[in-house]
Design a protein around this ligand. Structure first.
Ligand SMILES: Cc1cc2nc3c(=O)[nH]c(=O)nc-3n(C[C@H](O)[C@H](O)[C@H](O)COP(=O)(O)OP(=O)(O)OC[C@H]3O[C@@H](n4cnc5c(N)ncnc54)[C@H](O)[C@@H]3O)c2cc1C
Length: 333
């Protein structure tokens, strides 16, 4: 991925990236996700981990981290979720306390993509003195008290590492505070809302495109009643819906990504695209399994993997219910 310059796709050219932006990123993620959504997921969260440094990092932090991240010498992630705070990030318990020259972090993060690969981790923590004050820190591999915990065993996207991180009196120097103290929630939620959800759209498009491709192939090859099943109107109707949904998902994703590239606010548009594209990919995967008949549940055929991969799209970067909360708020108030 680094050789293909995929890691630096959103990093500005002056920091060693391609500076191609978010529409380009979406297209790249779909193409990678068509073959392996696990790899697309891993890549999308590398980008997500880089984004807070691009948007909130000081000039010194950008110079220090971005060139290495663009080349893949370093890998990034974002660590927000905890056992006590996923949809409600204010429920997190990881705390920081000021000390000489920096901060001491204590706590445990769960469900972190690239947990065992990333060496540059943007961590959200709550002030020990003020539970309403959240700050973001760049924690690096090798910092004392920073450890990887257990790895999760997901039903799908098995090639992508997800796991726990722990901080035990972990000393983070002052220069690794990301943005202003007390503004961390805005920094990380901004990245998740616009870059994390965009990435999930890319993964969803990849799975959806693969489902369509495999379904068309199978429908043209499988002979029943003396003809390929693609001649059956029921199969045609299902393929038509899959085809239409993929188009709609792409257009919603491209709209939001183009707004992001123009510097416009686009969190609502990404919530719409995330909801639509991930739910559509799950429908497409179910349809692909159905079209394959009994072969659909056999491991020799890839569609069962697409189905397992597709359901992982749901909770990542915010659940479908949370996307509905965002859309309802925009529609009603
Ligand atoms: C594969 C994978 C990768 C992930 N990668 C990362 C990562 O890299 N970094 C990171 O920080 N996190 C990561 N996450 C965590 C992810 O962001 C959370 O799982 C997600 O936000 C949901 O939180 P939760 O699992 O605690 O569920 P909960 O928040 O406990 O939700 C439980 C249920 O309640 C519903 N719910 C909650 N609040 C509301 C509401 N207001 N209205 C209606 N329904 C509601 C939810 O939709 C859900 O159905 C990852 C998760 C997965 C599955």
């Amino acid at each position: 991925l680094a050789e293909a310059e995929m890691l630096g796709i959103t990093i500005p050219e002056e920091y060693g990236g391609l500076g191609l932006g978010h529409v380009a990123r979406l297209i790249a993620l779909e193409e990678i996700g068509r073959i392996s959504s696990a790899v697309a997921m891993m890549l999308q969260v590398f980008h997500l981990g880089i984004d807070p440094i691009i948007t909130a990092g000081s000039e010194e932090q950008k110079q220090r981290y971005l060139p290495g991240l663009a080349k893949g010498e370093k890998l990034a992630t974002v660590a927000v979720t905890e056992a006590t705070g996923g949809s409600d990030p204010s429920g997190i318990r990881t705390e920081y306390a000021k000390t000489d020259g920096g901060y001491l972090l204590n706590g445990r993060k769960v469900f972190i993509t690239n947990s065992h690969l990333a060496d540059t981790v943007v961590v959200l923590a709550k002030s020990a003195d003020d539970p309403k004050c959240f700050s973001a820190f760049i924690v690096e591999e090798g910092m004392e008290g920073f450890k990887r915990g257990r790895e999760e065993n997901k039903v799908g996207m098995k090639g992508c590492n997800t796991g726990e991180l722990s901080f035990n009196q972990c000393f983070v120097p002052q220069e690794n505070l990301l943005g202003q103290e007390g503004k961390g929630m805005r920094v990380v939620l901004g990245a998740i809302g616009e870059v994390g959800r965009a990435g999930m759209v890319g993964c969803a498009l990849g799975i959806h495109a693969a489902c369509l491709e495999e379904s068309v192939k199978f429908a043209n090859e499988r002979i029943l009643y003396g003809n390929p099943i693609s001649k059956l109107q029921t199969i045609q109707n299902e393929i038509a819906l899959m085809f239409m949904d993929l188009d709609a998902s792409r257009l919603l994703g491209y709209r939001a990504a183009a707004m992001k590239d123009r510097g416009e606010r686009c969190d609502l548009q990404f919530a719409i695209a995330k909801y639509y594209s991930t739910e559509a990919a799950i429908r497409a995967a179910k349809t692909a399994v159905d079209i394959h008949g009994g072969y659909g549940v056999m491991t020799e055929y890839p569609v069962q993997r697409y189905y397992r991969d597709a359901i992982v799209l749901g909770p990542s970067a915010g659940t479908s219910y949370i996307m509905k909360v965002i859309m309802a708020r925009a529609a009603l108030f």
